[in-house]
Write a protein of this length. Structure first.
Length: 434
């Protein structure tokens, strides 16, 4: 033990030297293996250059689109160099790449130019715009925006990035793919589709009629107008969705009385009261009618709960498509509207009109097959819809599709792209959330 206590420092130093020597030997061995592998690759490459190699077979798919291209005037390439009209014979173009080149629309030019060119570089003639309805060529990344269009916007689109289609470069609330399909400018915040296209429906439903009949006291009188009608008006629900008896209101009314519900803010009038024989028992009933829709009536028996006949839709307005602000949009921009009612105005600056506003009316809604909702754009909040007015079918809300995840460390400038905190997207006046 005395030997160890006197020489332990030398022993530790010796062990470190041993490990250092082993490490150097391992590095030398790996270095030799790497050198051998590089030399083998070099010899293999030189052998291929000297001896040649097999040519990869041609892709037959490249020729499958040639017949369709022959019938397209924009791709009418003069392969044989034949004269046509006043144009002298001259060969131009090739069918091997028909999805990247077009002929200039000017008959005296007809030069082969890139499909992404908006102006012919030879005759300076402006070419027809590329729209989503045309076959505009290859889509390398498969994001729905053709390569020819993406090459026009190299500062925020790429033919090798499938995620750029689901970004909102100009921060107008619409994704790049949505603006491409609508034919609006993806880089202009003042050029965008109808604001109604930012609406999604969460659910289609009917409210419970918040009026119940408790009993009828005839006061020994035959005149129903003098009977006391006991009713219950539900004012709220508990967290489980059941009526909250502490906030329900019992009232005694007579024929002709007006009852206003709290949740739907609808007024009803008691128009009839009486008794009927139900299963051999005399049962009281009342009839109430919706004052705003007199044709909408309900016959109530004691403790019976009915559904309102009006079909309602819960909407969400995608004021900001950035996923980082999804919770804020969900909390602030949900609202409910009944069929036949006008939606809250949708507003956003447009070109020289800082208060540009659009108005929509809920035309129809069905609960079948998951729901179908149709809105119609009207001139103003008081206008009636006509056959000429534009109608939009509102898609169902799907968070994973309706919000985009900002690209990280890309050409769009990191998280959020061009979108600043809070978005700054389209606004909705008086959302009327209930």
């Amino acid at each position: 033990m005395d030997f160890l206590s006197r020489h332990y420092e030398k022993m530790i130093l010796g062990a470190c030297l041993v490990f250092l020597i082993l490490g150097l030997l391992l590095i030398a061995e790996n270095y030799e293996k790497t050198q051998d592998a590089l030399k083998a690759d070099m010899r293999k490459s030189e052998r291929r250059l000297d001896e040649g190699d097999f040519i990869a077979p041609l892709d037959e798919k490249a020729f499958a689109i040639a017949p369709a291209s022959l019938g397209d005037r924009r791709r009418a390439f003069d392969i044989l160099g034949l004269a046509s009209g006043n144009r002298p014979a001259r060969p131009q173009g090739s069918l091997f790449s028909p999805n990247e080149y077009i002929c200039c629309k000017e008959d005296d030019c007809r030069a082969i130019i890139l499909m992404s060119e908006s102006v012919c570089p030879f005759c300076k003639t402006e070419q027809p715009p590329l729209t989503a309805d045309e076959d505009v060529g290859e889509d390398t990344d498969g994001d729905g925006i053709p390569d020819a269009v993406e090459k026009k916007y190299p500062h925020f689109l790429s033919i090798d990035n499938s995620q750029d289609a689901r970004q909102d470069y100009d921060n107008d609330g619409f994704l790049n793919i949505e603006e491409y399909r609508a034919g609006t400018a993806m880089d202009n915040p003042y050029d965008y589709p109808d604001l109604g296209m930012l609406l999604r429906f969460v659910r289609v439903f009917q409210y419970d009629l918040k009026i119940q009949l408790r009993d009828i006291d005839r006061n020994n009188l035959d005149d129903s107008s003098r009977w006391n009608l006991g009713i219950r008006v539900e004012r709220a629900q508990d967290p489980m969705g059941f009526p909250d008896p502490k906030r329900s209101m019992n009232r005694t009314v007579q024929l002709g009385a007006t009852i206003r519900t709290i949740e739907t803010k609808t007024s009803y009038r008691v128009s009839q009261a009486g008794f009927e024989n139900v299963d051999g028992k005399e049962t009281p009933f009342i009839v109430v009618e919706n004052l705003s829709r007199p044709e909408e009536t309900y016959k109530l028996y004691p403790e019976q709960t009915l559904k309102e006949k009006t079909v309602n839709v819960e909407f969400i307005y995608l004021a900001n498509r950035n996923f980082n602000y999804a919770q804020n949009v969900w909390a602030r921009y949900r609202f409910r509207c009944g069929v036949g009612q006008v939606l809250p105005p949708l507003s956003r600056p447009k070109f020289d009109n800082p208060r540009y506003t659009e108005h929509y009316k809920l035309e129809s809604a069905t609960m079948d097959d998951g729901g179908k909702v149709v809105i119609v754009r009207i001139e103003n909040a008081r206008a009636e819809a006509t056959e000429k007015d534009k109608r939009l079918e509102v898609p169902k809300f799907e968070a994973h599709k309706d919000f985009y995840v900002p690209m990280q460390n890309t050409m769009m400038g990191g998280e959020g792209g061009m979108m600043g905190p809070g978005g700054g997207g389209p606004m909705m006046q008086n959302p009327g959330i209930r």
